[in-house]
Design a protein around this ligand. Structure first.
Ligand code: PEP
Ligand code: MN
Length: 348
């Protein structure tokens, strides 16, 4: 349920309502808005029978039943778009944020080369896996802590904040120490222990949609993180499994406006894992911006033929630079700048 306060309600009245909600055994989430404060209630298993008690309190304007199964992530709870800050990068504003880097951190030279190239082309965040959730147990599993150390070193050199994946609760604390943003991958979208632990960490979370997950499943997974007190979540559409295996996954572009309608959280797109092939990444990146995505995460490798993971879908730096030019053009067409770029870049 959502309690909408009068526009002129004062702090004391808001506190009184929160205290009443707590007394009833529920949790109150005050959300100040531009004109009035709303207070979300969670912890109730069904309709709140004591609604009349709340409704009569001074300063209360109206009570609204939230019909969605997810609460804290829903637009019903929070009307305005959430802005999620990762160092000086902001997701969910007008700027389109481009994160780029290798699938996996392989060496200092590989990471630094890619980081400098993507930064020069306009990316404002660096990606790279240190712990890799591989389909085969015999495939390269990542450099582990050494990979995290390299990410931190390259961040210090380039100034690019880093996002890297945490694959389990055991290594999450270490990942949290190094990363500016914790990635929870498609295979772990419903790892509830990991979601809850990430929710307690307070680090921004990049939550990727599972490839057999509905939009509702994704939003409920995000709800786990917010419910632990961490509202810094960015969602990522990265392709789902369908009957068609022409592409590695099917990029569900329709999920972008759907998520925007249902939730206030930013949503970005991963065209690399969806396409599975570097030649198809650029059209998907352009389409993502046209469909309203707040950004994207793209795999780049200096020598894809020798990549230890996902070489087939990795762009060489020159191709990535072309992608950035095209993305800026589509972004301009939908009235959005690309973060970190200058208006003159669009003319290129
Ligand atoms: C990745 O980003 O490298 C990755 C493994 O992505 P996903 O979880 O979407 O498969
Ligand atoms: Mn990958």
């Amino acid at each position: 349920m959502l309690i909408v306060m009068e526009a002129l309600a004062d702090d004391e009245q808001i506190e009184r309502v929160c205290a009443e909600v707590a007394e009833l055994g529920y949790t109150a989430h005050p959300m100040p808005g531009p004109t009035r404060t709303a207070i979300g209630i969670t912890g109730n298993r069904g309709p709140i029978l004591e609604a009349a008690r709340i409704e009569r309190l001074p300063g209360v304007h109206a009570l609204i039943r939230v019909t969605a199964p997810y609460k804290l992530v829903s637009r019903e709870f929070h009307e305005a778009n959430s802005h999620i800050a990762v160092q000086d990068v902001t997701f969910g504003g007008t700027d389109i944020v481009v994160i780029a880097g290798p699938c996996t951190v392989e060496s200092r030279e590989q990471l630094l080369t890619v980081a400098q190239a993507v930064k020069a082309a306009g990316a404002t965040m660096l990606r790279g896996g240190a712990y890799k959730p591989r389909t085969s147990p015999y495939a390269f599993q990542g450099l582990g802590e050494e990979g995290l150390r390299l990410l931190a070193e390259v961040r210090a050199i380039t100034g690019l904040p880093i996002v890297t994946e945490a694959i389990d609760t055991e290594t999450l604390p270490l990942v949290t120490e190094y990363a500016d943003m914790i990635q929870i991958g498609a295979r772990n979208m419903q790892n509830y222990a990991l979601l809850k632990a990430a929710g307690r960490s307070q680090r921004p979370v990049l939550l990727k949609r599972g490839f057999a997950a509905t939009v509702k499943d994704l939003l409920l997974a995000a709800e786990y993180v917010l419910n632990e007190g961490n509202s810094n979540v960015v969602l990522c559409e990265r392709g789902i499994r369908s009957f068609d295996d022409t592409a590695r996954f099917t990029l569900d572009l329709g999920a972008i406006p759907a998520i925007k309608e249902l939730s206030h959280l930013p949503v970005i797109v991963d065209p690399s894992h969806a396409a599975g092939d570097w030649e198809r990444v650029l059209p998907m990146a352009r389409a993502a911006v046209a469909a309203g995505a707040d950004g994207m995460i793209v795999e780049v490798h200096p020598n894809p033929a020798f990549a230890l993971c996902d070489g087939q879908q990795s762009l060489v730096p020159e191709r990535f630079a072309t992608m950035m030019t095209q993305v800026a053009q589509v972004a301009a067409a939908v009235g959005r700048p690309v973060a970190g770029s200058h208006p003159s870049d669009i003319q290129k």
